[in-house]
Structure formats: structure tokens, C-alpha cells
Design a protein around this ligand. Structure first.
Ligand SMILES: Nc1ncnc2c1ncn2[C@@H]1O[C@H](COP(=O)(O)OP(=O)(O)OP(=O)(O)O)[C@@H](O)[C@H]1O
Length: 286
């Protein structure tokens, strides 16, 4: 269910939801027409993301996509088509969209803690040391979101672009993921590397050292494991953490790095293995 508003040559579509039922479309449009650089919270390959605060209870992340090419328009439609039916607590809610001759807007729920990428590697003001329980929670939430896409959505959905900048965190650092592409094929297990251990020793997957050495994060991790120097791949900001839990999560991440897809666990299996590490966290929910 949605409502549509036509204004200034554009069309606003908001999906009905209890959280935004008091929002007047004109209020939303007034705010979005005044967006400027100071409201920018991120940018990606297809556009810029702005924070839009309506009041204490209602705020959005609005992604502005310039309508330059048919390819970008297709990207917009693809995103809407894919997002429309998805309702899961680990996947960011799409509240609506706005389409005008010059640009399109995608209206998402705002995730107040931004992306995992900026928490791990961002400017020092955004950066914080994520403790082990938070990292574990993020890994489980990621696995839950991906598992839902792989196994519960019909047709199955493969994200194809899981990365720390697509892992968004709410007030409680509970994870949400979004942006995926539709596919009918079912592929086994994606790399969960970044979200599981954070960035090993602070290294980004695109760290310059990898380029210099002509290697990649995954190749580097595998070589370190072969040399039995696993301690090098655990983020050294993780002090006073339960080593057995870290090792278990690390071993699950390694299973996901198997080159042969059929030997990797499915995301449902990954989720189950992760949940078994701290079963007490999940007992209260069932
Ligand atoms: N709902 C949201 N809440 C808070 N921050 C967001 C939200 N959506 C996006 N952002 C911020 O904007 C950044 C860019 O988002 P965007 O979706 O454009 O990135 P992307 O998926 O990396 O781009 P693309 O895959 O299109 O190249 C994110 O990394 C995040 O910091």
C-alpha cells in the first residue's frame, strides 16, 4: 500500500508504514528540496546520500540519483523492484521514492550509526573501537540478512556486493544491510570476511600493502593461516576477548573462503554455526 503525490513535475510514492503515518508529503518534499552539501552522509557509485530530519521521531536517508543515462534509470527501477517486497529486520526499509525529470530519490530508513566501514576506517570523529560482542552481533545480523535473501525470498536473491560500506548500523549497533541485485540462481555462501573479524589488524580489504605485495586480503589471510600465524589476522584492538569465540568465528569465515562454491557452507549453515557460539544471546527471542 502506498500513496502518491504529484508535485512540481515529480511524483512522490510513500509506502504505508505505522512509523511514518503522521508524515505529510508536503513536509517531506519541502525538506528534500532544500538539501545541501552539509546534509550529505555518504556517496556511492550511483548517487549521493543525504540525511533528512523531519522531527525527533522521523528521519530518513535519501539517496539522490541523477538521471543521466538509461542505465541509471534502470538501476533505480531495479532497486525499487527488488526492495519493494523485502521486509526483514536486518534489511533497511525502503519508505518510498520520488521521481522527477532531473533526478530520482530513494527514501530509506536512516541508520544512525552509519556504515561499518566508517566505524572501522572512517575519520577519527566517526571511528570507534568495536568490542567483540558488537562485532559478533554484527556478524550474526549480516548472516541473518543474507540468509533471508538466499533462502527465504522467492526467487532467491544474491546480493553480489556485500562490503562494510553496505553494512549499516542502528542505535544498538544492530546491523542492517541493503542494496542487492536480483538473481534467480542460488549461490552458496558469500564472503563474510570483513564483517566477521572487522578488518584484520586494521587493514582494509583494499589496503595499499596488498597492492604493493600483489596480493589480496583473502590471499594474505590464507597464507598467514598456512604459516600458523593466525594472531596476525585478528584485529589487535580486540583485547580481553574470548579467544575461543574469536577462533570459532574465524574458522567459519575460513570455510566461506573455500574456492570451490559447493564446499562452502550455505548462509543458513553459516548463521546456525554463528548462533551456536553464543546461544544465550538468542534464547530469549525464541
Ligand atoms: N539508510 C542509511 N542510513 C545511514 N547511512 C546511509 C544509509 N544509506 C547509505 N548511507 C551512507 O551512504 C553511503 C553510501 O551509500 P550507497 O548506497 O550510495 O553506497 P554503495 O552501496 O556503496 O553504492 P553503490 O553500490 O551504489 O556504488 C553508505 O556507505 C553509508 O555511509
Amino acid at each position: 500500500m502506498s500513496y502518491h503525490v504529484l508535485k512540481a513535475g515529480g511524483k512522490l510514492v510513500m509506502f504505508k508504514s505505522p512509523r511514518i503515518k503522521s508524515l505529510k508529503p508536503s513536509t517531506f518534499l519541502k525538506k528534500t528540496m532544500k538539501l545541501s552539501n552539509k546534509d550529505v552522509i555518504g556517496s556511492g557509485g550511483y548517487g549521493t546520500v543525504y540525511k533528512v530530519v523531519i522531527n525527533d521521531c522521523i528521519s530518513f536517508a535519501v539517496k539522490r540519483l541523477i538521471r543521466l543515462s538509461a542505465e541509471q534509470d534502470r538501476g533505480f527501477e531495479r532497486e525499487l523492484e527488488a526492495m519493494g517486497d523485502i521486509k526483514h529486520r536486518n534489511i533497511v526499509t525502503l519508505h518510498g521514492y520520488y521521481t522527477a525529470p532531473q533526478y530520482n530519490l530513494l527514501i530509506y530508513e536512516l541508520m544512525p550509526n552509519g556504515s561499518l566501514d566508517s566505524l572501522l576506517h572512517g575519520k577519527s570523529t566517526n571511528k570507534m573501537v568495536l568490542d567483540w560482542p558488537s562485532r559478533y552481533k554484527i556478524a550474526v545480523g549480516t548472516a541473518r540478512g543474507i540468509s533471508y535473501l538466499h533462502h527465504d525470498c522467492i526467487p532467491h536473491i544474491i546480493h553480489r556486493d556485500i562490503k562494510s560500506s553496505n553494512i549499516l548500523l542502528d542505535h544498538n549497533l544492530m546491523l542492517e544491510i541493503f542494496r542487492y541485485r536480483k538473481s534467480n540462481s542460488k549461490r552458496r555462501c558469500l564472503q563474510l570476511w570483513c564483517c566477521i573479524t572487522g578488518a584484520p589488524n586494521g587493514k582494509k580489504p583494499t589496503d595499499e600493502a596488498f597492492v604493493e605485495e600483489g596480493t589480496k586480503l583473502v590471499t594474505w589471510v590464507k597464507s598467514v593461516v598456512q604459516e600458523k600465524r593466525e594472531e596476525y589476522v585478528i584485529d589487535n584492538s580486540l583485547t580481553d576477548c574470548p579467544a575461543d569465540e574469536i577462533n570459532l568465528v574465524f574458522s567459519i569465515a575460513l570455510m566461506c573462503l573455500e574456492p570451490e562454491p559447493s564446499t562452502r557452507p550455505t548462509m543458513a549453515e553459516v548463521l546456525k554455526m554463528l548462533e551456536q557460539i553464543r546461544p544465550e544471546e538468542f534464547r530469549s527471542r525464541t
